[in-house]
Design a protein around this ligand. Structure first.
Ligand SMILES: NC(=O)c1ccc[n+]([C@@H]2O[C@H](COP(=O)([O-])OP(=O)(O)OC[C@H]3O[C@@H](n4cnc5c(N)ncnc54)[C@H](O)[C@@H]3O)[C@@H](O)[C@H]2O)c1
Length: 378
């Protein structure tokens, strides 16, 4: 019988649901030494928290995360709150000796992130950050192909994350559901929210980014604030584009915006190497496009790999070859890897320390946008 790992979830929004779903499914599909137990969920509204607990099967409810973190019957704290609460909850959880699974971005900035790394490392508690796109099988396959040397020397890495949901000037900022528009809760706009995903994937696939030059724009300068009722300055970046240089000599181009009319969540990446190129698109997430210059010239061209076979990453745990899985499964994979890492005492990434590298790139990007100058990362 697997050892129970009692989870205390803080925040029951989008990610609270995605993680709860993953905890419930993981042992049905993966053979693991640990089994997550939905011990407690914490949210400020008791009735809503109880309704969430009933839906997802949490055994108990708390309305103050400090109480949840202090409970002796919680082994791991899962932080699914807006970004401005990550640090405080993580520091308290580490001090209480709990394992921590923290949503991305790790923190509001590098200084906060460094404090969080110190806290988990001093406490010696296992920790991970939910950069889940690494665990979409097609993206994991991209990593395998790169590590096998199939692309050869890498020249270009380009990533884009486009949305269109904040174009209306009538949209308020702050509070439930709209905290992403409030710099005090989010830290930054698309840089920490969307580009952080692109940067984490890039660092994982292609190594460190050394320097960046960026531009950002806030298209709607003032919005009503839901918490104060007043029209207030908007402090987030609505759009960001940056160029960068990777340590391996390749060039980076990244772009993100919430003003790309027609795009809901278009995360795409493309990598061009000496021997081959690859490309991936979140809207078609189970496919990996691959061009191999080594192919016989008369059949050479982009192939679209349907990542659904048992010898492709994670897929042997699911259905039969040819049947696709989706977004939710990347979270199941993250839980599986985290639990497997515990059993093998080999921590699954990205740890807080790994995720701090993404934070450093985000800070350099925002600093470059402010100054109009190139910035070294870190
Ligand atoms: N990995 C991903 O792909 C991904 C996707 C979306 C969001 N996120 C990250 O997950 C985190 C949460 O985002 P979300 O989309 O789930 O937001 P959300 O607004 O849907 O949910 C946030 C939750 O936090 C709760 N909360 C706020 N303050 C609280 C407090 N003091 N105590 C307890 N609960 C509190 C809210 O009630 C809400 O349930 C953010 O850090 C975000 O960046 C990651």
């Amino acid at each position: 019988m697997p050892t129970p790992l009692r989870i205390g979830l803080v925040g029951y929004g989008f990610m609270g649901r995605a993680h709860s779903n993953a905890y419930r499914k993981v042992n049905n599909f993966f053979d693991l030494e640990y089994r997550p137990v939905l011990q407690a969920v914490c949210a400020r509204d008791k009735e809503k928290a109880q309704a969430f607990a009933d839906t997802w099967g949490y055994a108990s409810v708390e309305t103050d995360w400090k109480k949840l973190v202090a409970r002796p019957d919680i082994d791991a704290v899962d932080i699914c709150t807006p970004n401005n609460l990550h640090k405080e909850i993580a520091l308290a959880a580490a001090a209480a000796g709990k394992m921590i699974l923290c949503e991305k971005p790790l923190s509001m900035n590098t200084a906060e992130g460094e404090e969080m790394c110190q806290a988990v490392e001093n406490a010696g508690v296992p920790n991970i950050v939910w950069y889940n796109y690494r665990r979409v099988p097609a993206v994991s396959l991209a990593k395998q192909l790169i590590d096998e040397g199939r692309l050869g020397r890498i020249f270009h890495y380009r990533a884009v994350f486009l949305q269109d949901w904040t174009i209306s000037a009538d949209l308020p900022q702050g509070g439930q559901a709209l905290w992403r528009l409030d710099a005090a809760a989010a830290g930054s706009g698309v840089t920490g929210d969307l580009l952080a995903h692109c940067i984490d994937t890039a660092l994982w696939l292609n190594g460190p980014i050394k320097s960046v030059t960026a531009m950002t724009e806030t298209f709607i300068k003032e919005r009503k604030h839901n918490l104060t009722g007043k029209v207030e300055k908007v402090g987030i970046d609505d759009a960001c584009a940056f160029l960068g240089r990777f340590a391996n000599g390749s060039l980076a181009t990244f772009e993100s915006t919430r003003y790309a009319r027609g795009h809901k969540a278009l995360y795409t990446l493309e990598i061009n190497g000496e021997k081959a190129s690859l490309a991936w698109d979140l809207h078609d997430l189970h496919r990996l496009s691959f061009f191999d210059y080594g192919d016989d010239s008369i059949v050479r061209g982009w192939r679209s790999i349907h990542v659904s076979d048992g010898d492709q990453p994670y897929m042997k745990h699911w259905w039969v070859p040819g049947l696709a899985i989706g977004y939710e499964h990347s979270f199941v994979h993250q839980v599986a890897d985290f639990l497997d890492g515990l059993a093998k005492k080999k921590p699954a990434g990205p740890t807080f320390r790994d995720a701090l590298e993404t934070q450093k790139v985000c800070d350099a990007v925002l600093d470059s946008a402010r100054s109009g100058e190139w910035r070294q990362v870190g």
